[in-house]
Design a protein around this ligand. Structure first.
Ligand SMILES: N[C@@H](CCC(=O)N[C@@H](CS)C(=O)NCC(=O)O)C(=O)O
Length: 203
């Protein structure tokens, strides 16, 4: 299978961490691409009408997106690793964590895009809205983190790890760890996993 990817994309990182965890990383050929909301790529667009990374193309030509769908697919290929809980309540709780992480990442994408726009200055109101979302999500995770220790890894936790690592990568000045010791400790342990160590962001 072929993965349209970028070493700077947190959504791609989610997929790569899952691929490592289920033991399928060597089955994935990575095709590096540079895309942004303002810069499309025809080849990616021919497999995914949204033109986004990650897009996975299977050997029979089927394409899969977005990151959550691809992670779900990878976890189905090796059910022994159980990256998606079986119990319906646990599954819903995982899906909610993933939704929070993906939503925070979408917020980061907008924020980063605005920050890089040369044609007009970043409005303080825009920054305040983006920052408010980061703070509320990080607070919620910090409150939940004590109950996360020792839990089996799932796609929701992987998504949260990728969102926090992207905060460090692009928004380190926001200092999300400040007064969020529980979350910081949980994250530090997550980052020790070989799957996270092998998928660090690169410029
Ligand atoms: N919901 C998507 C979001 C993917 C996404 O926003 N990817 C970025 C790269 S990090 C992208 O392709 N941006 C270009 C665009 O949105 O047109 C997912 O989970 O895969």
């Amino acid at each position: 299978m072929k993965l349209y990817s970028s070493d700077r994309s947190p959504f791609v990182r989610k997929v790569l961490v899952c691929a490592h965890e289920v033991g399928l990383i060597d089955d994935i050929e990575r095709v590096p691409k540079v895309v942004s909301f303002l810069q499309t790529d025809e080849e990616v667009g021919s497999h995914n009408p949204l033109g986004q990374l990650p897009t996975l193309v299977l050997d029979d030509g089927t394409s899969l997106y977005d990151s959550g769908v691809i992670c779900d697919y990878l976890s189905q290929l090796n059910v022994a690793t159980l990256l998606v809980p079986i119990h319906p309540d646990a599954r819903l709780e995982m899906a909610r964590r993933q939704a929070e992480a993906d939503g925070l990442l979408a917020n980061f994408m907008r924020w980063y895009g605005e920050r890089r726009r040369a044609d007009h200055p970043l409005s303080p109101q825009y920054v305040a809205i983006c920052r408010g979302k980061l703070q509320r999500v990080a607070d919620a995770w910090n409150n939940a983190a004590p109950s996360w220790h020792g839990r089996r890894l799932d796609i929701g936790f992987i998504a949260i790890g990728c969102a926090l690592s992207y905060a460090d990568f692009r928004f380190s000045a926001e200092n999300w760890r400040s007064e969020r010791q529980e979350l910081a400790t949980w994250y530090e342990q997550l980052c020790r996993r070989p799957s996270f160590q092998a998928t660090e962001f690169r410029e």
